[in-house]
Design a binder for this molecule. Structure first.
Ligand SMILES: Nc1nc2c(ncn2[C@@H]2O[C@H](COP(=O)(O)OP(=O)(O)O)[C@@H](O)[C@H]2O)c(=O)[nH]1
Ligand SMILES: [Mg+2]
Ligand SMILES: [Zn+2]
Length: 324
């Protein structure tokens, strides 16, 4: 362990002691250090903490870029570097991986972030609010075994914030949502349960919905508090921001994905099944195993709609997301 970076520092970057058993033999070798990828550039990575010589950039050789997309390093990855020359030696196994289809439309997968615990899907009380789009985000997040949290911003600007919340409850009965004024620290404190040390949060949503504002509030509210603590006992915690990784004073790391205006989902059947588990449960009772829940005799899903127990819009979304 002596060759590892200081564990306290690693913890501020989201390292969990439960990851320790993930690290392979490479760490036992001399001159190896453990870092987190905070940014991916065209020819290399930006990592934290710094290498021994004070650098934070790691050139990544062609060998890595020739690998299948999923085996290349992405933001949030834990990597083992050679502390002598900064060479990327090993990519540690991930606990989760968020992906999307490339907007280029050629069917390739793009990595968004790795080792994420929860994802804030940010939308606001205005024209941005769009249930089908939120359903796509949430399906992909669930598919990746990440906890989705819908963050509804600008409740202070809406005449009818409760209408948006009612829509969220109807469309996402099993997903937590927080309705906030992103400019107000007390309001944003509703997100604290996901912001503890060791947690990594991915931030998703169209531009203009308040992602940067949320990060500022999550960072800023506490900077003041940290200063107050310092006066008392000389202890406190620095907050640090990289281009796309923010170390929150509460301990969590937020990974901000740039330019997510277009979010094409790849295969997310398991995530869709989880989001629509009520329909999946009803479908167990359909007469035909391959029932498409349209006009088949003995369709338990249509029966639930007829009884007023299932919103037909939900079935339409489910079928659409499953490509039917
Ligand atoms: N009143 C109010 N304004 C907000 C809220 N969230 C964001 N804004 C404003 O909306 C604009 C866009 O926010 P920004 O954080 O840049 O969105 P981003 O593109 O998702 O990062 C800024 O002018 C913010 O001040 C909110 O909850 N209430
Ligand atoms: Mg922004
Ligand atoms: Zn059916």
């Amino acid at each position: 362990m002596s060759k590892l970076n200081n564990e306290t520092v690693l913890r501020t970057l989201g390292w969990k002691s439960s990851f320790a058993d993930l690290s392979g033999a490479h760490l036992a070798e001399p001159n190896r250090s453990l870092h987190r990828v905070t940014e991916v550039q065209r020819t290399g990575l930006i990592v934290a903490p710094l290498l021994e010589d004070g650098r934070n950039d790691v050139p990544v050789g062609g060998k890595w870029f020739q690998r299948p997309e999923r085996e290349r390093p992405t933001v949030g990855d834990w990597v083992i570097l050679d502390s002598n020359d900064g060479r990327l030696v090993e990519l540690l196994p991930r606990t989760s991986l968020l992906t999307r289809l490339s907007p280029a439309g050629n069917g390739t997968v793009q990595l968004i972030a790795a080792n994420v615990d929860s994802a804030f899907v940010v939308t606001s009380c205005n024209a941005d609010f769009n249930v089908p789009r939120l359903e796509r985000y949430v399906s992909v997040i669930l598919e990746a075994n990440i906890e989705p949290v819908i963050v509804l911003t600008k409740i202070d600007q809406a005449l009818d914030p409760e209408t948006y919340q009612a829509e969220l409850r109807a469309a996402f009965p099993t997903v937590t949502y927080c309705a906030v004024n992103a400019l107000n620290p007390e309001s944003v404190a509703d997100l604290n349960p996901w912001c503890a040390e060791g947690q990594t949060i991915a931030l998703l949503g169209s531009s203009g919905v308040g992602k940067s504002t949320l990060v500022n509030t999550l960072m800023g509210g506490e900077v003041q508090r940290t200063q107050a603590i310092r006066e008392e006992d000389g202890k406190g915690r620095h907050t640090t921001t990289y281009r796309s990784a923010h170390l929150l004073p509460k301990g969590a790391v937020i990974l901000d994905s740039p330019g997510m205006r277009e979010f094409q989902m790849g295969d997310a059947d398991a995530g869709v099944a989880e989001l629509f588990d009520d329909i999946e449960a009803l479908a167990q009772a359909c007469r035909f195993r391959d029932c498409a829940h349209n006009a088949e005799p003995g369709c338990a899903v249509q029966a639930a709609i007829a009884r007023g127990q299932l919103d037909p819009r939900r079935l339409a979304s489910y079928n659409k997301l499953r490509g039917q």
